[in-house]
Design a protein around this ligand. Structure first.
Ligand code: ATP
Ligand code: MG
Length: 268
């Protein structure tokens, strides 16, 4: 089934499609090991991501989602095909991972500023930006706390704030909320959408939660494994913010449609 377009998001979608994409993934493949006996983690991946677009990838374990994310982050190189940035030079990307990877001995503020301190001494501007981001993710009262003093959801917020710190061209989220309980996860998903609505960064989210993908993404890419391929691309044309729509018939229809596509890659 097709989602009924809503005025807000279809207008945004059309605008995004009219502009040149931020980057294009063209027939990308990644084989681990030798061509004869290796694992084809990705095969013929095509995707164009618009500037300011939020895309999500869903697919079973092992279908190559993290491999694709590593290629986009320039942490690995494709064995075939190419990733091309429209600007002509590779943009800066930052990643928030499933495990938060915060430094345990540093405060929340210092953790958020880490992208700056890795290269130089932080200055007043860095500190102000970190404070701004802490407030954006709802951690303004915890800037001096250490990760161990925070809840799991708060740690993930700090990790997302750190990924946003360098104002990346592309924010990559690899299951950042996967380890959280269902209620916290739903809350943080809504918060992430609010932050995105304020900042409109370009984001790619990998998730095992179809509901999370429908809540956040403009388009959901559905992948199948062995070899990892994109089987469907589903446009989510629900108005934003979407928290009030969670659980509605319209929302559930999209979740069910994507679930059917995941279960049967030949699904229409
Ligand atoms: N460095 C590596 N060396 C060899 N094989 C690898 C490597 N990284 C990934 N693979 C293989 O590539 C395939 C895709 O792995 P990937 O981690 O991208 O899957 P995924 O979709 O992220 O899975 P999950 O949902 O479980 O995180 C798997 O078969 C995996 O074994
Ligand atoms: Mg993975």
């Amino acid at each position: 089934m097709r989602a009924k377009p809503s005025l807000v998001s279809s207008a945004a979608q059309n605008a995004a499609e009219a502009k040149p994409p931020l980057l294009t993934v063209n027939k990308v493949g990644r084989i681990f090991g030798s061509a004869e006996s290796g694992v084809t983690a990705l095969d013929g991946i095509d995707m164009a991501i618009g500037k300011g677009e939020f895309v999500a990838i869903v697919g079973p374990s092992g279908c190559g989602k993290s491999t694709l994310l590593r290629l986009l982050a320039d942490l690995d190189a494709p064995t075939s095909g190419a990733i091309t940035w429209t600007s002509g030079q590779a943009g800066q990307s930052s990643v928030a991972f499933q495990e938060h990877r915060l430094l345990p001995w540093s405060s929340v503020l210092d953790n958020i500023m880490l992208p700056a301190t890795m290269r130089r001494r932080p200055n007043e501007k860095d500190r102000n930006r970190a404070l701004e981001l802490a407030s954006l993710v709802g951690l303004e009262a915890f800037t001096k706390s250490r990760p161990a003093e925070l809840s799991g959801g708060m740690r993930q917020r700090a990790s997302v704030a750190r990924a946003l710190f360098p104002e990346p061209d592309l924010l990559l989220l690899d299951e950042p909320f996967g380890a959280l309980d269902a209620l916290t996860r739903e809350k943080i998903t809504g918060d992430t959408e609010e932050i995105w609505l304020k900042q409109r960064f370009t984001a790619l989210l990998i998730t095992h939660s179809i509901a999370e993908a429908v809540h956040l993404a403009d388009r959901v890419f559905v992948m199948s494994p062995r070899p990892g391929r994109v089987t469907h691309v589903v446009g989510i044309e629900l108005e934003r913010p979407r928290a009030p729509l969670v659980g509605s018939d319209q929302y559930n229809a999209l979740v069910n449609d994507i679930r059917a596509k995941l279960q049967d890659p030949d699904h229409g």
